[in-house]
Design a protein around this ligand. Structure first.
Ligand code: SF4
Length: 304
């Protein structure tokens, strides 16, 4: 989640032992040729292909054909809040480092002093997430980030006394959060924001629910969008699952290492084309036997 240089090395070793060969026609830069060329003109959100809420994918029909609005619920808001804190804390780490924090202790002091202001911004706009609960979640994440990056700063400072400030920052926190990608060439929306890109070019997606196969399709959509825009190969991605303990005193992190293989790319194409067809031809896929209690469209499909 809060990745450091040591994580990049660790993940690179994991992936080097799992080679991933990809057929050239399934690379994103072949976006205008079969089988990657989108069959319809509509655009879908990458997140709709990887949502995992609805077994029949009716959420796509509801969002694009019925044009219904999502109703926020606690689980969804908690997920958004954690993503927001992740983004804001990563940016704040960089900001403090660029201001010239001289040691881990120094970094921790400043990071703590700005926490209240960041919490107020991160919490704004939520409806079902209670402030006390949000504050405890925030404190767990903030303190975790503080410990990780204070230690990383102290380690990185020992590498060389002549390192540039920019070099030092990229060693301490080697990732770009909410990395922007234009997905239009492969039939997705223009403003994709990948949770994080771990240098050099590993896609990271943060999840607050247990792993599901659809999440891997989401990773493939990000990888293909990056390949279509930047024309560099993306073979690897990481799903990072955050689990807070019941007492909200700590967190556990689980990782799933994903190869953006031919099989996964084909699953993405199949899912994207079926979503586009559903929208273009206004096909209602019907309801599943059981709806997820976290689905933001429960009120639409079940009549209130
Ligand atoms: S309410 Fe049920 S049918 Fe409708 S989108 Fe959600 S899970 Fe699917």
């Amino acid at each position: 989640m809060f990745f450091t240089f040591e994580d990049v090395v660790r993940l690179s070793r994991v992936f080097r032992r799992r080679p991933c060969s990809v057929s050239d026609e399934l690379r994103g830069w072949h976006w205008d040729e079969y089988p990657l060329a989108p069959a319809y003109n509509v655009r879908v959100n990458a997140s709709d292909l990887a949502g995992g809420f609805c077994p029949t994918n009716r959420h796509i029909y509801v969002r694009y054909v019925l044009k219904a609005e999502e109703k926020p619920n606690f689980r969804l808001e908690l997920g958004s809040f954690i993503h927001r804190v992740y983004h804001m804390s990563s940016c704040m780490v960089k900001s403090i480092l660029y201001e010239g924090a001289s040691s881990g202790e120094d970094f921790k002091d400043v990071f703590k002093s700005v926490s209240e202001g960041v919490f107020a911004k991160a919490y704004s706009g939520f409806q079902t997430l209670k402030v006390d609960f949000a504050r405890r979640v925030f404190e767990v994440l903030w303190s975790y980030a503080s410990n990780v990056y204070a230690a990383a700063l102290d380690r990185s400072r020992t590498v060389s006394p002549y390192m540039s400030l920019d070099g030092l920052v990229s060693l301490v926190i080697p990732m770009t959060v909410e990395f922007p990608v234009d997905g239009t060439l492969i039939g997705l929306n223009r403003a994709i924001r990948v949770d994080a890109i771990l240098h050099p070019y590993m896609v990271v997606e943060l999840k607050t629910r247990s792993f599901r196969p659809e999440y891997e399709v989401g990773l493939a959509s990000y990888a293909l969008a990056i390949e279509s825009q930047y024309e560099i190969p993306i073979n690897y991605a990481v799903l990072s699952e955050v689990k807070l303990d019941r007492e909200l005193k700590g967190l556990k992190l689980y990782e799933k290492h994903v190869l953006i293989s031919d099989e996964l790319r084909e699953r993405f194409i199949e899912r994207r084309d079926s979503a586009m067809r559903m929208i273009e031809e206004e096909l209602d896929p019907g309801m599943p036997d059981v709806c997820s209690e976290d689905c933001p469209f429960l009120g639409v499909c079940n009549g209130g």
